[in-house]
Design a protein around this ligand. Structure first.
Ligand code: DAH
Length: 344
């Protein structure tokens, strides 16, 4: 091939080689192969003496322009490959993607419900108070009209620490402590842990209660009913119905248990044609115990005979189970993050 033709085909060959190369390294190889000291261009130029002396300058010029042209093609292709690389790297880091959300903790459902219950009663003027979990027999039983032989003191139910100290079995002793610390009128709400020697599917040795007490001259059962109805509707919804069932507690007279229309089936007794497992088709669920404070309790704290008041007590886990439709009490104590995260 004559030298000028060889120079032309060097450019086209180089150009198609560049188009196939995809890395800066393979580009560099091509460049050295074509333009390097022992490359194709140098080989062609070594044949310069073959030409007539008069034709040599033109061939020399052409060789220079081939070199320039190849260098320009090389640079352009190199820039293109680098640009592709950069955009691929950018694609791997996409600044427009939303950040990974950090794991957010949540309050335990027991805490949430306790706070909700206390907030409702705070709104009605009750003070939030507390009492000790290790309690004296006197506050837990005696002053609440449960004398020594009372069955509620049975060793089966109570966790005794010594003969006279025990883990409180309910939050009711806070009633006694509050009445001793204050004078009427008073209204307190007392959340806290309580302990019983009991452990099965529906009982845990420790659980939570909220106690309420209001003492003021002229307080009647109607006030109790009104207060609890407001509470129940605030927590379970305005459509909730309330029913008082006569019951017995040593520290209240008369006493009642309060049922609400089942929060799961809406009082229908069935959900989607299936019997409601929460209320066992009755449409009602028990939510708390209450009553008018027994005169014997007022006597124990030295309150005047003509004073009156009401008290109530409820299990927090129970309220939470009914409100959220939680079927298993153990959920509250297992700390399974999949369960707890639902309350975030
Ligand atoms: N202390 C009772 C219990 O643990 C609950 C209770 C019932 C509290 C009636 C009260 C009340 O204040 O008036 O089962």
């Amino acid at each position: 091939m004559d030298i000028l033709a060889a120079l032309d085909s060097l450019v086209t060959e180089f150009e198609s080689g560049l188009a196939l190369a995809s890395t800066p390294e393979s580009l560099e190889e091509l460049r050295v192969d074509a333009l390097g000291r022992k490359g194709k261009l140098a080989q062609i130029m070594s044949r310069l003496p073959e030409l007539e002396p008069a034709a040599r300058p033109a061939a020399g010029q052409k060789a220079n322009s081939v070199k320039e042209r190849c260098n320009a093609l090389f640079e352009a292709r190199k820039q293109a490959i680098l640009a592709i690389r950069e955009s691929a790297a950018l694609r791997r880091f996409d600044p427009t993607l939303p950040g990974r959300a950090p794991w957010r903790g949540s309050l335990h459902p027991t805490t949430l419900i306790t706070e909700e219950i206390c907030a409702v009663f705070s709104g009605m003027g009750f003070d939030v108070v507390s009492g000790p979990e290790v309690e004296h027999d006197y506050y837990n039983f005696e002053a609440l009209n449960m004398p020594a032989a009372h069955p509620a003191r049975d060793m089966q139910d109570t966790l005794y620490i010594t003969g006279q100290t025990l883990l409180r079995t309910h939050t009711s002793p806070v009633q006694v402590r509050s009445m001793l610390a204050r004078r009427p009128p008073l209204a307190v709400i007392a959340p806290g842990k309580v302990y019983r020697r009991d452990s099965d599917l529906t009982h845990t040795p420790m659980f939570h209660q909220v106690e309420g007490l209001l003492v003021e001259e002229g307080t009647s059962l109607a006030h109790l009913r009104g207060t609890l109805t407001i509470f129940v509707r605030a927590v379970f919804g305005a459509q909730t119905r309330v029913r008082f069932r006569p019951s017995f507690f040593p520290f209240t007279e008369p006493s009642a248990e309060v049922d609400i229309s089942c929060s799961i089936c809406g009082g229908e007794g069935q959900v989607a044609g299936q019997p409601c497992r929460v209320c066992k088709t009755t449409g009602w669920v028990e939510i708390l115990g209450c009553g008018m404070v027994d005169p014997a309790v007022f006597a124990a704290v030295g309150y005047p005979e003509d004073i009156s008041g009401f008290a109530f007590g409820m299990g927090v886990e129970r309220v939470a189970m009914l409100k959220y439709g939680i079927g298993d009490l153990r959920m509250f104590f297992e700390n399974d993050a999949r369960f707890l995260a639902q309350f975030a």
